[in-house]
Design a protein around this ligand. Sequence first.
Ligand code: KG4
Ligand code: ZN
Length: 333
Amino acid sequence: MTVILGIETSCDETAAAVVVDGHQVLANVVSSQVDLHARYGGVVPEIAGRAHESLITPVVAEAMVEAGVNDEDIDVVSATHGPGLIGSLLIGVSAAKALSLGWNVPFIGINHHEAHLYAALLEEPDMDFPLVVMLVSGGHTMLIEFQDHGKYKLLGATVDDAAGEAFDKVARYLGLGYPGGPAIDELSKEGDPDRIKFTPPMRNEGLNFSFSGLKTAVVNYVRQNPEAETADIAASFQAAVVDVLTHKARQAARHIGAKGICLAGGVAANSELREKALDVCVEEGIQGFLPSRAMCTDNAAMVAATAWWRMQSQGPSPLDLGADPNLRLPFID
Ligand code: KG4
Ligand code: ZN
């Protein structure tokens, strides 16, 4: 039995979790800074770093108390070391290294994207490979072939804005506040998704995505139709994003002969996307897995779960492993 403390501070959530053997979550504490950043309409890196610094110790302590474990019960300390905001990553990496030195246990640095991939497996460990994972967050939109543990191939990615970024920008333009995804998701329930036809660029061109033109299309529509209902615009925009995401996930699954499709990242919390992605899986006769909403957004349980796999395949990280804001997944060709 291996008890792993996970720490996640790559963006604006200060999180700590205790996970046994990669799947038994004893505690998963997330302290969101969303209120601190809301009035600026987005994450302010300096504010995020300072908040992590004051929150990290209480959040780790809370996770340990909730899990009912003491210092001597922890076998490994892991933290996200990239990609993300440098001032935020440094806090989590430094805290994890200090704890590993103090407790004399190994330290493992984890790639944030890899952790999002493992969030799905944490809750559903028996999924068959290969899988298509659609990682849709505020910073990234990627279709990844998950061939086996540690073996990933990039099938497609956005050439401009990420899907979550598109939600956030459109929500800001429509005056719905920050973060935009949950606001659009909620308001769309009252709107007509067929009212306006928005089509994202590149819908029928391979597995890459483009979302920046969609925001411009929404702005142009509102200028020309100032009387339009905001709920209809939100629902029609969301329908366009979900349509292109699920269309390409289906194409990707067919292309690699996937046994299933997983969603990952903050946008995977979107109700419409969750429903339509499951429809695709049923139609294609493959497995579909949607992590719980808590596991879609940034959390440390997924970091600790990834560290368990990492520990078995590669062992601990050196203590001079740095925070890397531009860290990439080591994709195979
Ligand atoms: O993965 P995440 O928590 O942070 C990173 O970007 O790494 O993703 C945050 C993004 C934001 O853009 C937010 O608007 C979006 O996920 N999001 C949603 C929903 N909940 C969060 N987008 C659409 N519908 C939602 N329900
Ligand atoms: Zn994330």
